[in-house]
Design a protein around this ligand. Structure first.
Ligand SMILES: *[C@@H]1O[C@H](CO)[C@@H](O)[C@H](O)[C@H]1NC(C)=O
Ligand SMILES: *[C@@H]1O[C@H](CO)[C@@H](O)[C@H](O)[C@H]1NC(C)=O
Ligand SMILES: *[C@@H]1O[C@H](CO)[C@@H](O)[C@H](O)[C@H]1NC(C)=O
Ligand SMILES: *[C@@H]1O[C@H](CO)[C@@H](O)[C@H](O)[C@H]1NC(C)=O
Ligand SMILES: *[C@@H]1O[C@H](CO)[C@@H](O)[C@H](O)[C@H]1NC(C)=O
Ligand SMILES: *[C@@H]1O[C@H](CO)[C@@H](O)[C@H](O)[C@H]1NC(C)=O
Ligand SMILES: *[C@@H]1O[C@H](CO)[C@@H](O)[C@H](O)[C@H]1NC(C)=O
Ligand SMILES: *[C@@H]1O[C@H](CO)[C@@H](O)[C@H](O)[C@H]1NC(C)=O
Length: 834
């Protein structure tokens, strides 16, 4: 003990005795993660910790703790997080930041006069198979010293703002936005495009400060909200595949296409490919879940959003999912990759989800070992492994001739191509993104965009007797779960928000209301168990804001079994409503909370989703009328007993029966109510697209709808309506365009072929002052009216369709469209692999 202490003291003195000699780039108040090489050397300064790092041949990163004076040496950079009192740094001459510098710049792959294909060929030929193993690893692709190739850190999560990184040293933190389900409720995806652009520029700023060596995101999530129980509904744009496609395309265009037409600004990775929709339910986890999906549902529900984004926005990345699909893990299925690359023209890279290559053998038991899983992944088209399976087994797979070097080359080429597109191999060609500075991170105009998105996401479900907006200057009681929590309004996938690493810079909902209630008094009770205090505050108040929240009940890895409000909160709501004061229920939720009886008892209901860092302000502005809510539900709100009628683990969208329910003859009951507005046959509490306003609108055809008959030559028509704000305050309205197939008229479609009840084909949000009008126009193409057959082919059949323009409630404008083709036209062919 004594001796050990003496040694430490001696070592410390020795280190103290010489000044730091080596050069590291360092950041204060940041921990850079990595593989630990050596722990707890005691040194006096970060500079000496840098020296120690240089003294260890494998070290590229250090973290020094100013309190304990410990110096931890690491390599293989991973996430960084904010933490007070520590300094982290990276070695300068050992860490290669940019390829094609110095000696390595004479390689043909650095020659900008050659084509990217030729440069890629040259680069790939210089990567040994042993090196390829760690190149194809996501977090991270290793540095290769002899060709001057830097490490590359893949997969910054950026569902609604950059995650996986700390704030920058001077306190700039990335901009955080409302969670995707709230963004989706805006039905104004110009905001999503703005968010993509801001995330892309902030990634560039981080890259330019040499803090974060990655420019791709593992975002957005475009899996539809198949069922209200799915844990990740908070990050999904909603239940409509069409809407998911629009959202994904907007995000992609904003993030990838910046000011420099020659280079990609940053790279999108759409996730999770495909039919990913289960986290952990009835002891079935996503790691081993085998989604059994019909050809019909794949082409009608699970593929269309992907097809739309890939064809229209050209995303450069896709993430394959954990689940198997019809018996084959999605990361090891060449047939799935063929849809992306051959049918839809995808030209990017494909990564696994974290450890989903490992799942191929360890959880799906599709293979008996990791070498075979590596083969399946690579031959299935998964270029990058987010995990160590490729890293540990690629060489063996090649040695055993399970994988040819050509397959390795293809994976390397797909992954490096992205880095060429970003300009990372052209260090001496100035591109527009080089100028993006740290000052841009979290700047005020970006915060304004986040606030605007939060305002636009507010969705009003009920407002009897014009309970809302409340008057300011009165006594307001703010009651309920999450009402004074900064964290609970942020959603999941939250990155660094405040320089402290905590959430102390975020205004809570209560704080927002208190700030907006000028001249009034605002009280708080956020203890759900303390009903007496809540009742007392409500009695003392003129107006009550009553929050209900399902924060923490679902998320990645966690599905819900119950979708209503928990009993404790129901008791609180009942008690507070009974007081009889003007009360507004504010819902804070990822997946919607089924309101059940609260729908009838409450006077006013506002869905705030997870409104983000400016949610406190946006909710308060809405409560007091400075913001007029105009959001619409991107999902159906079912009653909570929906879960008793529908089998969660069954992926079918139509007539899904109760799990294990058999009829008297012992046969499966296939009379369930179905999923989403497209197939649900029951009466929802609130339908998809529902949302009210503080003002009133009128919608009328102008001109009358055309009576279009689509033929082999007439392929397109337009519908135009006038929206008028007929009330006395300004407000936004969203107009939706749907078509409803008249199923009995589709005579060439086989008997028993599913047909959706209705399908959306357009939406448009408009802002109108009192008395103002505007026109909205929707184009309808014949292809949109195509139906999916039981075999999964998309075909245009003769038949009749009702066209509907609606505001999600109120008057419905209708028209008729007819398809008259000599025989069904095949528009897309499904290729079955099982
Ligand atoms: C630094 O060391 C102190 C004292 O051991 C410890 O309490 C603190 O958590 C450490 N900081 C970090 C970020 O690890
Ligand atoms: C880029 O410029 C650096 C610094 O001047 C130089 O070392 C390097 O060789 C150049 N790279 C290429 C590909 O010309
Ligand atoms: C899940 O497994 C555990 C342990 O095997 C068991 O106790 C539990 O009843 C199971 N739950 C369900 C919902 O099947
Ligand atoms: C693969 O083969 C090479 C060349 O024979 C050998 O050096 C290497 O150790 C082998 N690696 C594995 C993992 O089998
Ligand atoms: C490897 O390449 C050879 C020759 O092109 C081919 O016959 C063989 O099927 C390939 N093996 C694998 C596992 O792809
Ligand atoms: C899912 O439900 C549908 C409709 O009830 C049924 O036809 C199908 O067999 C079920 N699928 C599975 C995998 O159980
Ligand atoms: C809406 O406007 C149309 C024509 O502009 C009118 O015929 C209709 O009565 C109005 N509807 C309502 C509900 O005000
Ligand atoms: C839609 O969002 C954009 C920002 O991208 C904003 O300028 C515009 O006013 C919004 N329009 C409506 C009607 O919400």
């Amino acid at each position: 003990m004594r001796q050990g202490l003496l040694l430490v003291v001696l070592a410390t003195v020795l280190v103290l005795a010489r000044a730091a000699t080596q050069q590291c780039t360092s950041w204060e108040n940041v921990v850079i993660g990595g593989s630990d090489l050596q722990h707890a050397e005691l040194v006096a300064s970060p500079g000496q910790c840098c020296d120690l790092c240089y003294a260890n041949a494998d070290c590229t990163i250090y973290t020094w703790n100013a309190t304990s004076k410990t110096c931890i040496l690491k390599n293989k950079q991973s996430d960084s997080t904010s933490a007070y009192g520590v300094t982290s740094g990276t070695t300068n001459d050992r860490t290669i930041w940019s390829p094609c510098m110095g000696a390595s710049s004479s390689y043909p792959f650095c020659d900008t006069k050659l084509s990217v294909d030729d440069r890629l060929k040259d680069l790939v030929s210089r990567v040994s198979t042993a090196d390829a193993a760690t190149q194809l690893r996501a977090r991270e692709s290793a540095q290769i010293d002899n060709i001057g190739l830097p490490a590359y850190y893949w997969g910054t999560n950026a569902i609604h703002g950059m995650q996986n990184t700390a704030c920058l040293a001077d306190g700039q933190c990335p901009t955080s936005f409302p969670a995707p389900n709230g963004l989706s409720a805006t039905f104004n995806y110009s905001l999503v495009k703005d968010m993509g652009r801001i995330i892309g520029r902030e990634l560039r700023a981080y890259y330019n400060t040499k803090f974060h060596n990655g420019l791709d995101t593992w975002s957005p999530t475009i899996n539809p909200s198949r069922d209200p129980r799915w844990g990740r509904n908070v990050e999904s744009p909603g239940e409509s595949p069409f809407v998911c496609g629009q959202y994904g395309a907007a995000y992609t265009e904003g993030l990838q296409n910046g000011d420099d037409k020659d280079y990609t600004q940053a790279v999108v990775t759409l996730k999770h490919w495909v039919a990913y929709s289960v986290e952990d339910y009835d002891n079935v986890t996503r790691y081993e879940y085998n989604a059994i999906v019909s050809e019909y549902d794949l082409m009608d529900t699970y593929f269309p959003g992907w097809e739309y984004v890939v064809k229209n926005a050209k995303p450069l990345g896709v993430m394959c999912s954990y689940n198997s699909l019809n018996g084959v893990p999605t990361c090891g299925n060449p047939a799935l990759t063929a849809y992306l690359r051959e049918d839809w023209g995808f030209e990017g890279y494909i990564t696994s989800d974290s450890d989903s290559i490992h799942c191929i053998w360890a959880d799906h038991h599709y293979e008996s070992n990791a070498v075979l899983a590596t083969r399946d992944g690579l031959l299935g088209g998964c270029d990058i492994d987010s995990g160590d399976t490729y890293a540990d087994n690629l060489e063996a797979a090649v040695n055993q001739s399970l994988v040819n070097r050509s397959a390795v080359d293809a994976a390397l080429t797909n992954s490096y191509r992205m880095r060429f597109n970003l300009g990372l191999f052209d260090p001496n060609v100035t591109n527009a993104y080089d100028r993006i500075s740290a000052d841009e991170v979290g700047m005020s105009s970006s915060q304004e965009t986040s606030l605007l998105a939060a305002r636009k996401s507010m969705t009003l479900l009920k407002n009897d007797g014009q309970t809302l907006p409340f008057a300011t200057g009165k006594k307001v009681a703010v009651i309920g779960k999450s009402s004074n929590s900064a964290e609970d309004i942020l959603g999941n996938y939250v990155g660094p928000i405040c320089p402290s690493g905590a959430f102390d810079c975020v205004q809570t909902l209560y704080q927002g209301v208190a700030a907006a209630n000028q001249g009034g008094a605002t009280t708080l009770s956020d203890d759900v168990a303390d009903i007496n205090t809540a009742i007392q505050l409500a009695m003392d108040a003129d107006q009550v804001v009553l929050t209900i929240s399902n924060y923490g009940q679902a998320g990645e890895g966690k599905d819900r079994t119950y979708i209503g409000l928990d009993t404790d909160q129901q008791e609180l709501v009942a008690a507070v409503l009974k007081v009889g004061k003007p009360t507004a229920i504010v819902m804070l939720n990822g997946g919607l909370i089924s309101l059940d009886w609260i729908k009838d008892e409450a006077q006013a209901i506002l869905v705030a989703f997870a409104p983000g860092v400016h949610g406190g302000q946006a909710v308060a502005e809405t409560i007091f009328g400075a913001n007029n809510p105009g959001g619409k539900l991107p999902v159906t709100m079912y009653a909570s007993d929906y879960v008793n009628d529908v089998d969660f683990l069954n992926m079918s969208m139509q007539a899904v029966a109760v799990l294990h329910l058999m009829n008297v003859n012992g046969e499966r009951d296939d009379t369930g109510p179905g999923r989403s507005y497209k197939y649900y046959t029951g009466e929802p509490l609130y339908p998809f697209a529902y949302g009210l306003s503080y003002t009133t609108f009128n919608l009328s055809w102008s001109p009358a709808p055309p009576m279009t008959t689509f033929t082999s030559t007439l392929r397109s028509t337009t519908y135009t309506a006038t929206v008028t704000n007929t009330g006395s305050v300004g407000g936004d309205e969203v107009v939706f365009a749907f078509y409803k197939p008249k199923s009995e008229s589709l005579k060439t479609l086989p008997v028993g072929n599913p047909v959706p009840i209705k399908e959306i084909f357009g939406f448009q949000r408009v802002a109108l002052g009192p008395g103002q009008s505007t026109q909205v126009t929707f184009e309808l193409n014949a292809e949109t009216l195509a139906q999916v057959t039981l075999d999964g082919h998309r075909e245009l059949h003769s038949g009749e369709f009702e066209i509907e323009l609606t505001r999600g409630h109120g008057e419905v404008l209708t028209g008729t469209a007819v398809v008259d083709v000599a025989q069904p036209e095949r528009l897309a062919t499904f290729r079955k692999w099982w």
